[in-house]
Write a protein of this length. Structure first.
Length: 257
């Protein structure tokens, strides 16, 4: 009996050691399989047919293991170190063309929901030749409120506001076109030493009592030195026509053009 008891104890200890060894190997194998699975998923994603242009967002590490957000304007608050700043102009619905160097938040790309493909695409500003706003609808909406608490009936307050919904058509340098919605993406335009920020919305809403004319929007953005110089020439012509009225001077043309 003692021999059998001793044998059983030895077998129990061996089984426990085996279970511990298998358990530790299982954790390592699981981690390895997880990494392989991620690699296979990445490979599968790259093999599947997707948008013509799609970029993975990358964050810079500051060396301490933490991602540090960067100033979108660069170290000096301008665009001198922004190699991704592109000359061109921003045209508003008022007809004003602003010649400027155009860029978005540092390390980011314009995010647009492609209506045809039903997926998001990420496009860097230097890849664009033109952006055009397409008005899907615009109107003056009435303000309504519930008649009283717990009553689903609504009554008109007598106030109204302007509202507009836009889609965007992006034309890339490779000829690819994307039609979709841009949801709150910033676009910066540097001109005459100032940086203006334009937020590209899907839907915009004016204050109470506003009309559609009180709700200007970015109508189009054209990129390239020729577009920049075209806007400069137009501003120069307007400045000359307004000579003696204290009108602002036009910015200098792009060199070599």
């Amino acid at each position: 009996m003692r021999i059998w008891a001793l044998a059983i104890a030895v077998l129990a200890l061996a089984a426990a050691a085996t279970l511990l060894e298998v358990g530790s190997q299982g954790l390592g194998a699981e981690g390895g399989q997880g990494g392989a699975g991620a690699g296979q998923a990445a490979a599968g994603g790259s093999g599947a047919k997707g948008p013509d242009i799609k970029f993975i967002e990358e964050e810079d590490d500051d060396g301490a293991g933490k991602n540090t957000p960067k100033n979108p304007f660069g170290a000096e608050g301008g665009v001198s170190d922004r190699k991704d700043a592109v000359p061109g102009y921003v045209e508003l619905s008022t007809g004003l063309k602003i010649p400027s160097r155009i860029f978005t938040t540092r390390g980011k790309r314009l995010k647009i929901y492609n209506l045809k493909r039903e997926t998001y695409e990420y496009v860097p500003v230097p890849a664009l030749t033109k952006m055009e706003a397409v008005v899907e609808w615009e109107r003056v909406d009435k303000e309504w409120r519930f008649k009283e608490a717990g009553n689903p009936e609504k009554v008109y307050t007598g106030r109204s506001y302007a509202a507009r919904q836009l889609a965007w058509k992006l034309i890339l340098r490779n000829g690819h076109e994307i039609m979709g919605h841009v949801l709150g993406q910033p676009l910066y335009a540097e001109h005459n030493g100032r940086v203006e920020r334009f937020i590209l919305h899907k839907r915009d809403k004016g204050p109470m009592g506003s009309e559609l004319k009180d709700l200007p929007y970015v109508k189009s953005v054209e990129f390239g030195a020729d577009a920049y110089n075209q806007a400069v020439d137009e501003l120069k012509a307007k400045a000359e026509a307004a000579a003696g009225k204290g009108g602002p001077s036009a910015p200098p043309r792009e060199p070599g053009k």
